[in-house]
Design a protein around this ligand. Sequence first.
Ligand code: AMP
Length: 406
Amino acid sequence: MNIKDIDFKGKKALIRVDFNVPLDADFNITDDTRIQAALPTIRHILDNGGSAILMSHLGRPLKKLNADGTINTRKFTLRHVAGYLPNVLNCIVKFADHTTGEETEQYVAALKAGEVLLLENTRFHKGEKKGDEAFAKELSKLGDIYINDAFGTAHRAHASTTTVANYFAPENRAFGFLMENEIKNATRALHSEDRPITAITGGAKVSDKLLLLESLLDRVNNLIIGGGMAYTFAKAQGGKIGNSLCEEDKLDLALDLLKKAKAKGVNIYLPTDNKIADTFANDANSKFAATNNIPDGWMGLDIGPESIDTFKKVILDSKTILWNGPMGVFEFENFATGTKSIAEAVAASTAQGAFSLVGGGDSVAAVKQMGLGDKVSFVSTGGGAMLEFLEGKELPGIAAIQGAMA
Ligand code: AMP
């Protein structure tokens, strides 16, 4: 069901949001992007006469237990978010200390139209990450309608993201606006007919991106490979890469990928020059070197000017652009030029009419850090979830809503 077609009047909507926000040492929210992203869905339901029961995880409470084996409720409680919500929602926000159970059901029963109840961290329960049926059933008692707006956890088959959906009839479950938007834009990028389509990939490891690269070969015209993973390709082709990042056990796979690209008519663009450093530090000594001739003791931490030029031209000639992963160690100011230049090229190409999606890794942080977030067509909120979507995988959180629609 589409959220817009649901009548929320007098209804209680159980909404899975992603309020897994960063907190400082005093538990103040340091970045409310994820909360802001969920607001349109919550507001829509409240404005249409419904009430909202919000559930989310925060951190990894069962992985980071207190020394005595108990849950660190002080650190991982969603109360940190409960205090913040009235400021941005302008309505009454109540908090349930227990995610499920009788007391929580009573809070839900007393909830009036236009009010919000935030539940305690879903990951305080062992059943959450296991996708446990019993826990999901308990959760399902709390709402008439289930809305999933947590794209960031859509790749996890957890109780609150996936299993719970099965307890709602197809007409009583839907994606929230954020989820809908993510799916719409990622689908557009993957299935675009506006060619040339260029994928820009980067980041640290080939092994993290192999599935992505394979899947992209069936969809794109141009594949740019930068960042740390480019050196595995350089070494596989016989280059001298010094101390640059390399996955020795992926050399054959890298060559295989290049062969497949050729067979499929995909143009591969690898860096030809790099900014190299003598240590892994911002203030390291640095110079430029050809990618296949990096001296011993030196490592490539960014792409060089010649590569930037080549990549830029490809990007500016593209009609659809998909970007995942930085071109270098952009966290070090002295090695951020490559990533910055590529971000600028993506923004410029977007201004010329290209559709651009940035998602699934640190490129999102890079684009935001450079203040170019609103100069590209879409910036995804889901790291791992977007990566898996672009790999062509079915995400359990999406399938659970769609399953019954078919
Ligand atoms: P990912 O999360 O896969 O997008 O990887 C992002 C990380 O890759 C960032 O933290 C970058 O610093 C790192 N990275 C990019 N290029 C390099 C490089 N040449 N050497 C080492 N790390 C790199």
